[in-house]
Design a protein around this ligand. Structure first.
Ligand code: XMP
Length: 430
């Protein structure tokens, strides 16, 4: 079913997503669009019930205040303006309207229906995907992260065997991670899944490479190469599935907003891309993506997992990657996750992981001198990953984790806890 839509026009506010989220929390679908959208552009969005002119501190672009096209006033669509002095509509606010005012505008002035929920969203997207793809084939790089997993589940529901998923194991995955991707998607959801174990190839390319940026570049470009090789073996693929989500689009910069960071899903696609994109999550915020995954029947652990960088454990095995230290990172990370889950910290702490630096320290094992590596534990909380504070983990929990790491992980004789907030530290070490 088509859902009612409230459009937010970005006239330089820094609060667009806050307003969009608030409207969606009322159960009404909302999208952010650029200020210079045309009347025809708005009509094409279908079911627009109301427009919010959302002004703010970035209103001045190239010395002039941005304005909407006058033709929008003739649409007969209810409008309110927030911090937008040029508006011809009745109400003008300074900041975010309070919830009651927003609610009155949406339900009384716009007469919008609260019909935005995951069931309807999935139904609507399934219909759109089938319409876009027809009887053609779609290829998807399935990393096992939240976004690609939810896209895969959505595409399986919409087009089943017309989807081919490729999972590249770059050898830098966490313990049992690739196995779980295969189990869920191939065995349980019966997806057409190609599993590529490229561990040796990646580790070979990374041998003796110590510079963090160089490591990231090698992992990123090798990943695309492996994926392209697999795609080349398939025939008749016209579409590429992508786990682009709403913040990726917003953070990559709108006309008035300042660019936060360029995102690999939006700006970094190869220029000679010959596929058309299928991006069924591109209007969802992260928590909505998770809700969508749950509704599609994905396991809780897969949908609520903590963020994991694309280069994987490669950026946590510091300096030039060696197999012994990579194993130490993988095993200690598994112990940390297990013990955090037992202590209930997995639901409380935003991100937690271990790091193994590339130097040794002196220690004693079985009455003999040893010279071995150390494991650093990092546990942080953040809202948006731009700043972060450390979790004050109980000594008892840390004690237990330390004991297990020292007893179970080879080549390790020391465990440390990283006390540094971001800034000045970053969340990851490389
Ligand atoms: P930093 O280290 O910059 O990390 O404070 C911020 C957040 O981003 C994650 N991260 C990445 N995520 N690809 C990703 O998808 C990457 O290359 C990458 N590098 C860092 C990091 O884990 C943290 O949550």
């Amino acid at each position: 079913m088509k859902q009612d839509l409230i459009v937010i026009l970005d006239l330089g506010s820094t609060q667009n997503t806050v307003v969009a989220r608030e409207i969606r929390e009322f159960g009404v679908y909302s999208e952010i669009h650029p200020h210079d959208i045309t009347a025809d552009g708005l009509k094409a969005l279908e079911n627009v019930k109301g427009i919010i002119l959302n002004g703010g501190e970035n209103r001045i672009v190239d010395g002039a205040a941005v304005q909407i096209l006058p033709e929008l006033y003739d649409l007969g669509c209810p409008m309110i303006a927030i911090d937008y002095p040029q508006s011809q509509c009745a109400v003008n606010y300074d900041q975010i309207p309070d919830r009651e005012t927003l609610k009155r505008f949406i339900f009384e002035d716009c007469k919008a229906q609260a019909n935005w929920n995951m069931k309807n969203f999935i139904e609507d997207q399934v219909e759109r995907i089938r319409h876009q793809v027809g009887d053609k084939k779609v290829l998807l790089a399935l990393s096992g992260g939240v976004d690609s997993s939810v896209v895969a589940a959505m595409l399986i529901k919409a087009i089943g065997q017309q989807l081919t998923c490729v999972h590249v194991n770059h050898g830098l995955m966490r313990k049992n991670e690739s196995e779980s991707v295969v189990k869920v998607f191939r065995d349980e959801l019966h997806a057409n899944l190609i599993y590529v174990d490229a561990s040796e190839r990646f580790l070979g390319k990374l041998e003796n490479v110590a510079d963090p940026e160089q490591k990231r570049k090698i992992i990123g470009s090798e990943f695309i190469r492996v994926f392209e090789e697999e795609a080349g073996k398939l025939e008749g693929i016209d579409f590429l599935g992508q786990g682009t989500i709403y913040p990726d689009i917003i953070e990559s910069g709108t006309k008035t907003a300042k660019m936060v960071k360029s995102h690999h899903n939006v700006g970094g696609l190869p220029e000679d891309l010959t596929f058309e994109l299928v991006e069924p999550l591109k209007q969802l915020f992260k928590d909505e993506v998770r809700a969508c995954g749950v509704e599609l029947g994905l396991p809780h652990d897969m949908v609520y997992r903590q963020p994991f960088p694309g280069p994987g454990l490669g950026v946590r095995c510091l300096g030039a990657i060696t197999r012994d230290r990579l194993e130490a990172v993988r095993e200690s990370d598994a112990i940390l996750r297990e013990e955090f889950a037992k202590a209930g910290l997995d639901k409380k702490v935003w991100q937690y992981f271990t790091v193994v630096p590339n130097f040794k320290s002196v220690g004693m094992k079985n009455n003999a001198r040893v010279f071995e590596y150390m494991v650093i534990i990092r546990a942080i909380n953040t809202i948006d990953a731009m700043t972060a504070s450390i979790e004050h983990v109980d000594w008892e929990v840390l004690d237990k984790i330390t004991g297990r790491i020292l007893a179970e992980v080879e080549n390790v004789n020391r465990v440390c806890f990283d006390m540094s907030p971001k800034p000045p530290a970053t969340i990851e070490f490389e």
